[in-house]
Design a protein around this ligand. Structure first.
Ligand SMILES: Nc1ncnc2c1ncn2[C@@H]1O[C@H](COP(=O)(O)OP(=O)(O)OP(=O)(O)O)[C@@H](O)[C@H]1O
Ligand SMILES: [Mg+2]
Length: 407
């Protein structure tokens, strides 16, 4: 079997960085990370490509680095999509079964029926995620094929995104001679990497705090129930430091990562930080607490927006496994403690799991989406019966899936 055929590549086109992660899939399903390439990203705003040239250049460099490390020629990638244009709907479909017993074809038809909803002309369906099937009013069925019944219903979560955003992502990849195997909502990808099946079954809120946006996904009974995007991320924290400390964005980002915290109460009054200043002025020493006072209100505001969204979704009481934070900004010191206070639910930081190989490198919330795209890709191939084959561009948009949002 040619080695290329066992390779799965995740390409996370983020607002802060492009990460290209290469994994080798063993016949027993094990995934080993064999290559990683990252490059700062300048062509996106709030998760959406706004500059094709500079995005193409960053993708090219990240992919080349990953190719070199993995010693493979990358041809196909699973790629993420995010941004405020993403919408999530719960929908419902009903059909009569053909022979009094549910067949694969009935399932395809009922999911198609649930998809038949009015979406704006500039939006495209990205995912149709079945939550449950109902046969002759018996609900809560996950695997309906082979069961007896005349009336088959399904509840699904439909995710749509702006056609132009998806097209721009594909354009950027094609310009780098890459085919796109599938476009995946970023929080769905991240959830594949950082959530356990138990958490999804019990009920959990995933919060991916990136540079430009914070992406949410609620899982209950093993299926995705609600998705949302909040247009606030780590870049806002950096900008607050730029304004408050009068330093450059580059320096502010470095200071934030090294000395930042969003829990002022956890920092001793004696600690100081040297802050470089613009215009050739000498660096200034200032208490670390002052920096935390600049960061804490923004993180607090972000978590309050997340809490409001959770309450609005109606699932607040059902996320018994609590909140899992991931994305680069979850690394800010004090994030977990502040989230504990605001959500009054168990909170943990999610790092990519269930992969081997270069785990030291990818064991960071920054790589949740990139590694999750690989998990998604592995499942996608299995479902399409494409174990070691190609995926056509037609199948890209045929989003009928019979899996339970990650089960
Ligand atoms: N150690 C750290 N402490 C605080 N913030 C950090 C740390 N490391 C990274 N960040 C912040 O995380 C953000 C980048 O996170 P991530 O790589 O998940 O974003 P992205 O995927 O590129 O963006 P998005 O998902 O919003 O498109 C930046 O704002 C960066 O400053
Ligand atoms: Mg991201």
């Amino acid at each position: 079997m040619a080695r290329e055929n066992q390779i799965i590549v995740g390409l996370d086109i983020g607002t802060s960085k492009i990460a290209c992660i290469v994994a080798e899939a063993a016949p027993d399903g094990r995934l080993d990370i064999v290559g990683i390439g990252t490059h700062p990203s300048n062509g996106l705003r709030r998760g959406v490509v706004v500059n094709i040239e500079s995005t193409v250049e960053s993708i090219r460099l990240a992919v080349e680095e990953a190719e070199l490390m993995a010693d493979v020629d990358i041809k196909k990638v699973y790629v993420g999509i995010a941004g405020s244009h993403i919408r999530g709907y719960n929908s419902h479909g009903v059909v009569a079964t053909k022979n009094g017993e549910v067949t694969e074809e009935d399932v395809t038809r009922v999911v198609e029926a649930a998809k038949a909803m009015n979406i704006p002309a500039d939006q495209q369906i990205l995912h149709v995620l079945p939550q449950e099937y109902i046969i002759d009013r018996q609900d809560g069925i996950r695997e309906p094929v082979g069961m007896s019944g005349v009336r088959l219903e399904t509840r699904v979560h439909v995710i749509t995104g702006a056609l132009s955003s998806a097209q721009n992502i594909i354009k950027c990849c094609n310009r780098c001679d890459l085919d796109v195997s599938a476009i995946v909502l970023e929080q769905i990808a991240s959830s594949e990497a950082v959530l356990s099946q138990d958490e999804k079954d019990i009920g959990v809120l995933l919060v991916d705090i990136g540079g430009g946006t914070t992406d949410l996904a609620v899982f209950i009974d093993g299926a995705i129930r609600h998705t949302a995007v909040i247009p606030v991320g780590g870049d806002h924290l950096t900008n607050d430091l730029v304004a408050g400390l009068r330093t450059s964005a580059r320096e502010a980002d470095i200071l934030k990562k090294r000395y930042g915290s969003c829990m002022t109460s956890l920092i001793s009054a004696e600690e100081t930080v040297e802050v470089p200043r613009v215009g050739g002025r000498p660096p200034q020493s200032m208490p670390r607490q002052v920096m935390a006072q600049l960061l804490e209100p923004r993180m607090q505001e972000l978590f309050e927006l997340v809490r409001e969204e959770l309450e609005r979704s109606g699932y607040r009481e059902l996320v018994a496994a609590g909140v899992v934070l991931t994305g680069g900004s979850s690394l800010l010191e004090g994030t977990q403690e502040l989230a504990d206070e605001i959500f009054e639910l168990p909170v943990r930081i999610g790092r990519p799991q269930n992969v081997g190989g270069l785990t030291d490198v990818v064991n960071s919330p920054i790589y949740a989406t990139g590694v999750g795209l690989i998990h998604y890709g592995q499942r996608y191939r299995e479902e399409q019966g494409l174990h070691f084959d190609d995926t056509s561009s037609e199948s890209l948009w045929s989003s009928v899936r019979r899996w339970f949002g990650g089960s």
